[in-house]
Design a protein around this ligand. Structure first.
Ligand code: ADP
Ligand code: S3P
Ligand code: MG
Length: 173
């Protein structure tokens, strides 16, 4: 097996599904935002404030480059799939799953969350344009797109596990 990466816009469920998937598949789990905050002793919002977004983007790429060689599940942050180098690393080292959720649902989930600096510093219109601009890049990063609308976290997790197991089976043939 290899790594499983979850990509998609803020609020699509990468962290929630990743954690559940790691229980279901019994694989180690890393949430990139949490790992980067831990390694730097600062919350993501604080890194943005003190060092700026460009610096945070470097930390994300470094995280991917320095990962130890193990089978694991990784919930990326919503900006990770935007850089070409990150997409290349993820596609080369694992299976990339895009959690596709409609903007109205995403907005409902994220608009009040103070932990997402991009949301705090932008209007709804700006976030929607960002969603539109990023959408094709999530598609480009992903091996598989999972449509999440009208599905519970449990259903999405089970579907993701089904896809992972199916591909594992195919590799053995
Ligand atoms: N399909 C879903 N059904 C219900 N709640 C969801 C679903 N997907 C995500 N959520 C909720 O939306 C919020 C944002 O999800 P999160 O996993 O933090 O997103 P991400 O890591 O992609 O930014 C969390 O409270 C999560 O439980
Ligand atoms: O979309 C983005 O640029 C970001 C998404 C966040 O992660 P989530 O997608 O888990 O919210 C976090 O990495 C940071 O606030 C930037
Ligand atoms: Mg997250």
């Amino acid at each position: 097996m290899k790594r499983i990466y979850l990509v998609g816009f803020m609020g699509c469920g990468k962290s929630a599904v990743g954690r559940r998937l790691s229980f279901l598949l019994k694989m180690p789990y890393y949430d990139m935002d949490k790992e980067i905050s831990r390694q730097n002793g600062m919350a993501v919002a604080e890194i943005f404030d003190k060092h700026g977004e460009a610096y945070f983007r470097e930390l994300e790429t470094q995280f991917l480059q320095n990962l130890k060689d193990e089978d694991c599940i990784i919930s990326t942050g919503g900006g990770v799939a935007i850089r070409e180098i990150n997409r290349k690393i993820m596609r080369r080292t694992g299976l990339v799953l895009f959690l596709d959720a409609p903007f109205r649902e995403i907005w409902r989930r994220i608009h009040k969350d103070p932990r997402r600096p991009i949301v705090v510093n932008s209007t709804k219109e700006q976030i929607e344009s960002l969603y539109q601009a990023r959408y094709p890049l999530y598609k480009a990063a992903a091996h598989i797109t999972i449509r999440t609308e009208f599905r519970s976290l449990r259903q999405i997790t089970q579907y993701a596990a089904f896809q992972v197991n199916r591909l594992k089976g195919e590799r053995k043939k």
